[in-house]
Design a protein around this ligand. Sequence first.
Ligand SMILES: *Cc1c(COP(=O)(O)O)cnc(C)c1O
Length: 246
Amino acid sequence: MPNPDGLAARAQVMSTIAKNIAKVGARIREAAQASQRDFSTIGLLAVSKTKPAAAIREAYAAGLRDFGENYLQEALGKQQELTDLDLCWHFIGPIQSNKTRAIAEHFSWVHSVDRLKIAQRLSEQRPAQLPPLNVCLQVNVSGEASKSGCAPEELPNLATAVAHLPRLRLRGLMAIPEPTDDTAAQHAAFARLRELQQALNMPLDTLSMGMSHDLEAAIAEGATWVRIGTALFGERDYGRVPPQNP
Ligand SMILES: *Cc1c(COP(=O)(O)O)cnc(C)c1O
């Protein structure tokens, strides 16, 4: 019989973020089991946009290493504060041309490449002493509801061109489907991304899909990165984000 006082005391020393990581880990594990997938093939990318460096430190202490950021200036500031930690940084937000150099220099992965011009700049600007930049192509699987991502019809040409860029390593596809509580619609959007990837017939190993509200559907359809913010760090307050220099 566990001692209830002891359990309560232990729960108290565990931070909210550590508890959330345990809960999300359990969701990922259950979803993997339900679709007979190996849990270890699904990466948890902690989306820390709008959250302070201290939150990343806590998540690191609880075992997370991969962090996703959407806003360049904000990300660079946190990177400066966290140079003592061994972190892997992922850029997951929209990319303007004038931001590619800093992204190429300060991130290991970019999930949100959706046009060739951006890919070419990232490849040209990736520093020679760093390994090739891992990239995913963002695809718009929700039609007019979304402005980000390349159209599915453009994907084969874009993928072929990006695969030839010397300083990039094309890993797979990413999508942010229109949010919905309809699980059948969630599955359909993620299945679409998986099918688009299979149709490319290229040696790709990554499907970046699934967020706090739909990670189960994404894992059932083959996600290898789930990008989780709210379920780990709580609701976001966009007032915290510093203004972005265009
Ligand atoms: C903010 C964001 C997430 C995390 O979303 P949550 O619903 O908070 O889990 C994932 N991916 C991208 C591209 C995001 O911008």
